[in-house]
Design a binder for this molecule. Structure first.
Ligand SMILES: Nc1nc2c(c(=O)[nH]1)N[C@H]1C(S)=C(S)[C@@H](COP(=O)(O)O)O[C@H]1N2
Ligand SMILES: [Mo]
Length: 433
């Protein structure tokens, strides 16, 4: 019976069976090393990085202990400046301060778009850059695309968010009292840009894709990732061929500019609606395989593990979830008896966000916020609500979105050890004076 590759859990089960029989390759990581990682994962619930004490040996930002206190001192390895008004540095990563989006448009300006780097931003020259498409599911041998050849293909343009799977992770701890591993993002590991590029499907067809193709594996040109003494190789995560052929872009422009180095320049993958790790930056080659592929990024990482999750962990994560954020500092002080306009943004990986409610009293009363953008798939809506605080003292502002599937942000999110896909309503603490 042919596999329905759009059914992620069926796809994943089939992959696991093939891998167990030795038919799926572990793509560049020694199989024994992967098994070691799996064994460690069984003990600690993830890569074996559950203990904060292991953080020193780790280079990848997403697998450092949450709240690592040395983060601010670490050299972030980006090309663009990261001024503290715009960003909070977290290890090799930079989180956008949501307050810095106030007054900006639908698109996140490039100077404040978050950066999530496993290592450091490589400097690549578009004229030397080549994309090599290869693998056993092509009709012939490898096919190379130069930057000019890619740009000569029919172009598409789409406004889409890229959001880290761990965005909101710190709230598992600060709001739910739970331990998680990984970068302690608040809500700023997201940005929306207008991406311009070629369709991945056009590139794959020109490279001679055959019906045997199962997985498509883009790989970055940035440094190999070494974690706990295990070299995971270059950043790469397989896409089912169904998604690869659907709406994935090989982007060379962002907000009308050549793709900046920190965001994957000269060319990156952009996978609409899916978690940020799918959108491989600095793409250098793409394997087209007739067998399911495994990398650390679809096995131990970017799946849900823990007591509240399926015993073997969830299927590899795909779509982003539903979130809302205020364009206001956490812990802000606001004057009483003066009307101010509360502003924020809401987004969903499943469908357009068409309703946002706001509470200014810790969640007792809710009011509809006014939407400033037409609800649109793959992007966010800006919203606002006037607020005249009366009582002085601490209070919490809450925003709760509903998307066109009918799903509303819940009060809590089921725990997973790596703190992915937080979607609960965040209590944004402020003090009225
Ligand atoms: N080659 C490569 N691609 C990558 C990464 C990386 O470190 N190296 N990080 C991934 C992750 S985890 C995220 S969330 C997004 C972040 O994209 P941005 O830095 O442009 O915001 O890129 C993804 N693509
Ligand atoms: Mo990410």
């Amino acid at each position: 019976m042919p596999l329905d590759l759009s059914d992620e859990s069926q796809y994943d089960r089939a992959r696991l069976r093939q891998w167990a029989r030795g038919r799926a390759r572990s793509s560049g990581v020694d199989r024994r090393d992967l098994l070691k990682l799996f064994a460690a994962g069984a003990a600690a619930g993830s890569l074996g990085l559950g203990a904060a004490g292991t953080a020193g040996a780790v280079t990848a930002g997403d697998v450092t202990a949450a709240g690592a206190t040395t983060a601010a001192a670490a050299a972030p390895g980006t090309v663009k400046p990261l001024p503290p008004e715009l960003f909070t540095i977290r290890g090799t990563n930079a989180e956008t301060n949501f307050a810095a989006l106030r007054g900006t448009g639908q698109l996140t300006p490039l100077d404040r778009f978050f950066v999530r780097n496993h290592t450091v931003t490589p400097r690549l020259d578009a004229h030397d850059w080549r994309l090599k498409v290869w693998g056993d599911a092509l009709a012939g041998g490898p096919v190379d695309f130069s930057y000019d050849r890619l740009r000569a293909l029919p172009a598409v343009e789409r406004t889409l968010f890229i959001e880290c799977a761990g965005n909101g992770r710190s709230f598992y701890t600060t709001q739910q009292g739970q331990q998680v591993t990984g970068t302690a993002w608040t809500l700023g590991a997201i940005g929306v840009a207008r991406w311009h590029g070629a369709r991945l499907s056009d590139v794959l067809k020109r490279a001679g894709l055959t019906r045997a193709a199962v997985d498509v594996l883009p790989r970055g040109l940035d440094d190999e990732v070494v974690t706990n003494g295990v070299n995971l190789g270059r950043v790469r995560r397989p896409l089912p061929v169904s998604k690869a052929l659907d709406d994935v872009i090989l982007a060379y422009e962002m907000n009308g500019e050549p793709l900046p180095p920190d965001h994957g320049g000269p060319v990156r993958v952009v996978v609409p609606d899916w978690i940020g790790i799918s959108s491989i930056k600095w793409v250098g080659d793409i394997e087209v395989s007739g067998q399911p592929l495994y990398t650390p990024w679809n096995t131990d990482l970017y799946r849900l593990f823990g007591p509240d999750q399926p015993p073997q962990g969830s299927a590899p994560l795909t779509r982003q979830t539903l979130k809302s954020a205020f364009e206001l500092e956490h812990g802000a002080t606001v004057p009483a008896h003066r009307t101010r306009l509360l502003t924020g943004r809401s987004w969903s990986g499943a469908a357009p966000v068409h309703r946002v409610e706001v509470s200014t009293d810790g969640g007792h009363r809710w009011q509809r916020a006014r939407l400033h953008d037409a609800p649109r798939r793959g992007s966010w809506v800006r919203w606002s609500l006037p607020w005249t605080p009366r009582a002085t003292g601490p209070t919490a502002l809450l925003a709760r979105a509903t998307d066109a599937t009918g799903r509303t942000q819940p009060a809590t999110t089921a725990h997973n050890t790596q703190g992915y896909l937080f979607d609960a309503v965040v209590h944004h603490q402020v003090t009225v004076v």
